[in-house]
Design a protein. Structure first.
Length: 280
């Protein structure tokens, strides 16, 4: 395990405190953890949805969530199938980036990256940089058609040959897919030293099936705003040239390993792994 990165812990904790759009557990949404996921992928330890209740009015009234949700239906989730990006979708991508760039969370990320000479000072240039990292299409496999991008992988999720779920580390997408009965939550994945998560935990490891495949373990922030996740992953991505970067950080009561994988100049995947919480 890598030692704690104090500089990033401080930055991300500031972002956490600034994340005014984050939803509050028990107030804006309720989760229903149910049973512990089995070791075998066929077992279902949760008869009900993970999200018992989400205040959708609140989601739709927050610009970053509203513009984020409009992007979720823009992708063909099968890898190997070329993505077609329409002019409307480009407009939607830009609206989303404009919305998150207006938040204190992204302003803080920009300021930090400027200090490190990793971002362009001009906001329009920084926006193109973000567009390239997150929305520029690439082929997941050599010689394939451009079938993927960082945003699709991390936030929407993809399937490979109908047998494997890739990505899908976002709680809003999870909730919306669950509402359409596309996702089946199968239970939480417990860590070694904690018997079960709490319903107000804002980082969870879960097992679920989606589009005919099971994801044995997927981890995700719960309730946070899209700009918060975007800021964290972008900062880690730009700080490191490694193909896979793992940073241990402490945010609020959570000790996390933030994992970011690159695909050339773009994000391949990014997600948090919960190591421990100090409320234990």
């Amino acid at each position: 395990k890598k030692p704690l990165n104090h500089e990033l812990s401080k930055l991300f904790s500031e972002m956490w405190d600034m994340d005014v759009n984050r939803l509050t557990p028990g107030k804006d949404y309720t989760i229903d953890l149910q049973g512990k996921a089995g070791a075998g992928a066929g077992q279902d330890s949760a008869a009900r949805h993970l999200f018992h209740d989400v205040n959708e009015e609140r989601l739709k009234s927050i610009k970053t969530f509203a513009t984020f949700i409009s992007l979720l239906d823009n992708y063909e989730t099968s890898t190997g199938v070329a993505e077609v990006v329409t002019p409307e979708e480009i407009v939607e991508n830009n609206c989303f980036l404009d919305a998150i760039l207006a938040t204190e969370v992204m302003k803080l990320a920009h300021k930090y990256l400027l200090k490190k000479n990793l971002a362009k000072p001009n906001l329009a240039d920084f926006k193109s940089q973000l567009y390239d990292i997150w929305f520029q299409l690439y082929a997941r496999k050599e010689g394939d058609r451009p079938d993927s991008c960082g945003f699709e992988h991390v936030f929407v999720g993809e399937t490979r040959r109908g047998k494997q779920i890739l990505g899908l580390h976002n709680w809003v997408q999870f909730y919306l897919q669950e509402k359409r009965n596309q996702i089946d939550y199968k239970g939480y994945v417990a860590r070694k030293n904690k018997t079960r998560p709490d319903k107000d935990d804002q980082v969870l490891s879960i097992q679920f099936s989606w589009k005919g495949s099971v994801k044995p373990i997927g981890s995700t922030f719960i309730g946070v705003s899209p700009e918060f996740e975007f800021a964290l992953y972008t900062v880690i991505f730009l700080l490191s040239g490694e193909r896979v970067t793992r940073e241990t950080v402490k945010i609020e009561e959570y000790e996390l390993q933030m994992v970011v994988c690159r695909h050339g100049h773009h994000i391949g995947t990014a997600y948090p792994v919960l190591l421990s919480t100090s409320s234990e």
